[in-house]
Design a protein around this ligand. Structure first.
Ligand code: TXA
Ligand code: MG
Length: 353
C-alpha cells in the first residue's frame, strides 16, 4: 500500500484540505493525525472491520482497547450510557484536552474497538486538525498512538512514517505534538474515580473539580509487581521502549554523573554505541558517549515533550546502551517517570554520594 503523506499547517488550514482524510475514514481506512499529546492512528470506531485494521498495522494485542475520539461533548452520549455527573464536570473543565474518560459503552460500540470490554475510553482532543478531521468525517475516531506496538509513541509525522509507512492509507503531517505524552486516563465506572494512566491532567487538578480521585496502584509501583494487574490493559505491555537497553540512574546529581561517566566509558571500551540522556543543566558534565539533552529541569513540560523524540533519536543512532537521569515523581513528573520506567523495563540504578 502506498501511504499518502499530506502536510497541513495547524495554524492556518481550510476544511477542504481534510476532504481526502475524512473520506478515507468514512470508507473504513486508516489515517494517522496529530493530536496535542502524540500522533494517533485513526479509524471509524463503530466499524469493527476498520478497527481491526488498526491492530493489524500496529501489531497490537487484541485485548488492548482503543480510545474513541469525539469532536463535541454532546457526542459522549452517543457512545456511552449511565454517564455520571462527574464526566460532564470534567469535560467542562478539561475538554478539549489531554484527558480520556472511561465510561460504560453503548451497544453500538463494537467489542473490536473496546478489546472485549463493556466500557469505552473517550477523548475530545484539543489539536485543531484532529478535531476538525473528526467533525468533517462524521465518524467517531478510534485512535491509539500511531506507533508500532511497544515502540515509543510518535510526536512527529516522521516517527509515524518510520513505523507505519506502507501499512496505512495516509499520514497527516501537522507538525510536532506539543505535549509529547499520552492523555491522562480516568475510569469513572466505579464508586471512586481512578486514574489508570498519569498525564498532564494531574490527580490534584481532577480532585479540584470532582473531589476524591484514586490512582491505580499499578502505575505508582517502581517495580512491576506480579500481583498487581493494571486496569488499563495497555499498561501491562512493555512500552515506549527504544531498541537499545535503557537504564535510569537515580540519586544525587553529581553521583549520577560520575556513575554514568564510569559505565559509559566501560561500554565504549568494549566497542559499544552509548547514548546519554542529559538535561540542559548537566549536558556539559558527561564525558563519554553521544550526549543529548531531553529538556530543562526548570520546565518539566520540556522534558515531557522531548522524551519520545530522544528515545527515537537514539534508535536512529543505533545506540546499544542508553543511560538517563531520573526525574521527580510528582505532578507531571509522575507521568514522565511512568513512561521512562516502562521504557527501561523498570531497570533503575540508585547511586549514593
Ligand atoms: O493521548 C492519547 O490518549 C493518545 C492520542 C492519540 O489520543 N492515544 C493513546 O492511545 O495513547 P493508546 O491506545 O496508545 O493508549 C490507550 C490506553 C491503553 O493503555 C488502553 O489499555 C487504555 O487506554 N484503554 C482504552 N480503553 C479502555 C477501557 N475501556 N478500559 C480501560 N483502559 C482502556
Ligand atoms: Mg500507545
Amino acid at each position: 500500500m502506498q501511504t499518502i503523506i499530506q502536510k497541513i499547517d495547524a495554524d492556518q488550514f481550510e476544511m477542504k484540505e481534510l476532504d481526502q482524510a475524512a473520506n478515507i475514514l468514512k470508507a473504513g481506512g486508516l489515517v494517522a493525525f496529530p493530536t496535542e499529546t502524540v500522533y494517533g492512528l485513526g479509524a471509524d470506531a463503530l466499524d469493527a472491520a476498520a478497527a481491526a485494521k488498526i491492530y493489524e498495522a500496529k501489531g497490537r494485542p487484541s485485548d488492548n482497547p482503543l480510545i474513541v475520539h469525539i469532536a463535541s461533548v454532546n457526542d459522549m452520549a452517543a457512545i456511552a450510557i449511565e454517564i455520571p455527573q462527574e464526566a460532564y464536570q470534567l469535560a467542562e473543565a478539561f475538554w478539549p484536552g489531554p484527558l480520556t474518560m472511561i465510561l460504560k459503552k453503548k451497544e453500538c460500540v463494537p467489542y473490536g474497538t473496546t478489546g472485549g470490554l463493556d466500557t469505552v475510553a473517550i477523548r475530545l482532543p484539543e489539536n485543531k486538525i484532529a478535531r476538525e478531521l473528526i467533525a468533517h468525517s462524521g465518524v467517531f475516531v478510534a485512535a491509539p498512538s500511531a506507533n508500532t506496538s511497544g515502540k515509543p509513541s510518535p510526536t512527529k509525522a516522521e516517527h509515524v512514517k518510520v513505523d507505519l509507512d506502507g501499512k496505512i492509507d495516509m499520514i497527516i503531517d501537522g507538525g510536532k505534538a506539543i505535549l509529547g505524552l499520552e492523555s491522562t486516563i480516568i475510569d469513572l465506572t466505579g464508586k471512586i474515580p481512578v486514574i489508570l494512566r498519569p498525564g498532564f491532567i494531574t490527580q490534584k487538578m481532577l480532585e479540584n473539580i470532582i473531589g476524591r480521585v484514586e490512582v491505580d496502584p499499578y502505575i505508582l509501583g517502581k517495580k512491576q509487581n506480579e500481583n498487581l494487574v493494571p486496569k488499563a490493559p495497555g499498561m501491562k505491555y512493555r512500552h515506549y521502549a527504544p531498541t537499545g537497553s535503557l537504564t535510569i540512574y537515580e540519586g544525587d546529581t553529581q553521583a549520577v554523573i560520575d556513575a554514568v561517566n564510569l559505565v559509559a566509558q566501560e561500554k565504549i571500551l568494549c566497542g559499544k554505541v552509548v547514548g546519554i540522556i542529559a538535561t540542559d543543566e548537566t549536558k556539559i558534565f558527561y564525558k563519554y558517549g553521544i550526549v543529548k539533552t531531553i529538556g530543562t529541569r526548570k520546565e518539566e513540560a520540556s522534558i515531557a515533550a522531548g522524551l519520545y523524540d530522544i528515545l527515537r533519536e537514539f534508535d536512529k543512532l543505533k545506540a546499544e546502551y542508553i543511560y538517563t537521569e531520573s526525574f521527580a515523581d510528582n505532578r507531571l513528573g509522575q507521568a514522565i517517570m511512568n513512561r521512562l520506567l516502562k521504557a527501561a523495563g523498570y531497570h533503575i540504578v540508585k547511586v549514593t554520594k
